[in-house]
Each structure stands twice: as C-alpha cells, then as structure tokens.
Write a protein that binds this ligand. Structure first.
Ligand SMILES: [Mn+2]
Length: 253
C-alpha cells in the first residue's frame, strides 16, 4: 500500500507528463507504449492527465477510463498523482488561467453520466486514492509530479506521505504543487541526498519541451506545454551521473 514505487536496474521506462485531457496526445503516447511494452519496460505517467483548458476539447473522462483500465491490467503501467487529480480527491477547486477546472470536471461528469454522476465521481476518487506519489529507480532517478517537498527526513516518509490524509498535509501538498521558484538549489540538493538520487524528473510547470533546473532537476512537458512536447525514454540499466546523461534520453512527440 506504499506510495513509492521502486524500479529495478532492468529495461527502460517511458516518462510522460501533463496530458491535461488531450486525448489526441494521449493516444499517440499509448501507441508509443504499445510498441515499447515488454516484461522489463515500464510506463510512468506523472499525473495531471485530467483537466483541459476548454470544455469542448476536454477528454478527461475517456483518458480516466483508459488509465484506470490499464492500471488494473498491467503491472508495468504506473500512474502518479498530480495536483489536478488531488483536487478531485479533496474537492478543492483548482484554477488554470482563471478557469475553475474542478467545476468543469463536475459538469463533464454530469454531461456524461447524468443522474449517476456522483456515484461515478466517488469511484474515480477511490481509484485516485490508490495512485502512488513517486518512483525511485535503481539508477537513482526520482520521479514525481512536482516538488521537491521540504523537510523530508527519509525515503520512507515518501512511501507514507499520504498516511496523514490528503488535506492539510504540507509534504504531500509540496510534492504535488511546488515549482522551481518555491525551492532553492540547496533544497533540491538536500532532498536528492535524503532519497539517495542523482536527478529528479517532474512535470507540472509548462515548459518548451524540457527545462533543466539547478542542474539536477529536469522539467518535462509532454502535452500541455509552452511549445515542444517531450518525454523521456529512461534507460534503467545505465549509470546516470549528470544531466548530460539524462538529456540524451529525451525524445519529442
Ligand atoms: Mn500540475
């Protein structure tokens, strides 16, 4: 029941971020995954797969259904919680460009499921509560939606990060919401030291494909981005010593 997934030194992992209700991009990535999947390879979706900018192009429900199906049917399909899924659990409103995305999602559910929308929503919440929060690979890469959180004393704290619930839980809030202006280079270094990792990969902040922050954090935008759409094909067997080693594994949609 832990919230941290540990991947062994075997195979590769596709790391895909911030789909935000874009079914076209989601399907492109699922095609890449179909070609890529085998016993040793993994897919890591780093959260925020729901909530598009406009109602008319918001395909969050189809994506939610597909993600749920694949999670239940493939051990190598890992989906992490993002702040937008968190807002569905906590029923806290989340805004993007001034638009209340939580209300939009409610409307979408009502349109799709009519009277039974509330029952459907509760089923989604139960599913989302099962999602892990982070992945740590044997070659020392830490992957989460955002962050790092402050004042984490051990890797085990990440594994138990939701023990205190989803509301009023600062470390959980920070790992889902923190952007690079929210932490210093020292915060990042001290976090990586605590979890015994070399580099961190996150989504959350829209960038032009990728952006390297404080030398040890790679921000990736796979769909909702400021231009290019990037993902990472992480080799889990390779020794990764620095950002150059990791940048070689970046691919574009
Ligand atoms: Mn986010």
């Amino acid at each position: 029941m832990g919230k941290l997934i540990e991947l062994p030194k075997k195979g590769k992992a596709l790391i895909i971020t911030d789909i935000h209700g874009n079914l076209t991009d989601f399907n492109k990535y699922m095609n890449i995954w179909d070609q890529f999947k085998n016993r040793d390879n993994h897919l890591i979706l780093t959260g925020d797969f729901i909530h598009a900018m406009g109602r008319e192009n918001d395909r969050s429900i189809e994506i939610m259904e597909s993600v749920q199906y694949q999670c239940e049917n493939s051990e190598n399909f890992h989906v992490l919680l993002g702040n937008h899924e968190w807002s569905t659990i906590t029923k806290k409103s989340v805004y993007k460009a001034g638009i209340n995305q939580t209300l939009n999602f409610d409307e979408l559910l009502k349109d799709n499921f009519g009277q039974s929308y509330n029952k459907e929503l509760e089923e989604y919440v139960e599913f989302l509560k099962k999602l892990p929060i982070a992945v740590r690979t044997a070659n020392k890469i830490f992957i989460s939606h955002a962050g790092p959180p402050r004042n984490i004393k051990s890797l085990d704290k990440i594994n138990h990060i939701t023990d205190k619930g989803y509301n009023e839980n600062p470390p959980l809030f920070q790992i889902l919401w923190n952007r690079f202006e929210d932490y210093t280079e020292n915060d990042l270094k001290s976090f990586l030291k605590t979890v015994n990792c070399k580099m961190m990969i996150v989504g959350h902040t829209p960038v032009d494909g990728i952006k390297l922050v404080y030398k040890n954090q790679l921000i990736v935008s796979s769909s909702y981005s400021k231009g290019k759409k990037a993902y990472v094909e992480l080799n889990l067997k390779e020794d990764i010593k620095n950002s150059q080693n990791l940048l070689k594994m970046v691919k574009y949609l």
